[in-house]
Design a protein around this ligand. Sequence first.
Ligand SMILES: NC(=O)CC[C@H](N)C(=O)O
Length: 382
Amino acid sequence: MSITTSPVDTAVLVLEDGRRFTGRAFGARGTTVGEAVFNTGMTGYQETLTDPSYHRQVVVMTAPHVGNTGWNDEDDESGRIWVSGFVVRDPALRPSNWRSSRSLDDELAAQGVVGISGIDTRALTRHLRERGAMRVGIFSGPEASNGEREQLATVTGAPLMTGAALAPEVSTSEPYVVAPVGEKRFTVAALDLGIKAMTPALMAQRGIEVHVLPATATFEDIQAIEPDGVFFSNGPGDPATAEHEVGVLRQVLDARIPFFGICFGNQLLGRALGFGTYKLRYGHRGINQPVMDVTTGKVEVTAHNHGFAVEAPLGEPVPAPAGPAYGKVRVSHVCLNDDVVEGLECLDLPAFSVQYHPEAAAGPHDAAYLFDRFVSLLEGSR
Ligand SMILES: NC(=O)CC[C@H](N)C(=O)O
């Protein structure tokens, strides 16, 4: 990505199928490429932008007004913005919020993130919904006037999300510990595949000392912590590539250590149990997705950010395809929009996971009970 400070204000968005949108430069000027995905959240753009699971994705916001509450020093989910580009219709001209310390536009520019504003995000979203997620480029500054053929070649030269192993690119390089709030009750080893700050924070609130480990950690590294439980986080990329992590998770399951996984962590539990994963046509991204908890029959409104999903049968529990050592498994949560698998529960092992985000900081918080379910699992295995 090259950045300049040219005053030229036109920007163009080019999809890999050749469709083009012309708008205004937003954030940094230059060229960026990624996978075009849309997010239907009306709030929470700061948490979205700093969620490492969006690494290599250009996020299109369907809500027309973005940036109204500016940027603050408290809501980041990680140390930086991860999206490779940001697409909005009508950015706030002047942010207004008591916690805001700068504008979204300024923060994108400061972090070198190329965006585009002033385009018909509804038309773009409908296009992505019909044709599926695809590669996209944003060109602004002097590069906005590069030849159309050259721009399209830049987009089609970008790597695909299918087959991308991205967790090691976003993971912490060194382990660190998040201290429990109040009395320590449990120790958990959390594999950072792109972890969001809110996840260890919610565990710490429940008396858990969270040892966050790099994605490259081995089962021996986990054992060295003598954890009461193991957690695998959310993260970017294609779960089909995560051989190392799936191998480690099988060792965790074989040792019958309680396990909880979120999003990428759910896909890896699926794989460890022998199920496949597949790419959704355009994914689920937003904070208003209805999910049914099959165990209780309750419907919760939840935050999602996933482009892949686990391929497992809904309904009655089935033997884990990975073999009898893993016992029976059932799909514990289902998305009511499209019947996509949103959670897995092992009936013979202390392990469960969800495809969505009980830690969602921008809300909703309907699914926060899942952290208590993890605590019950930790208590039960004592
Ligand atoms: N938020 C996540 O963990 C996303 C998982 C995976 N990268 C997907 O897109 O499905």
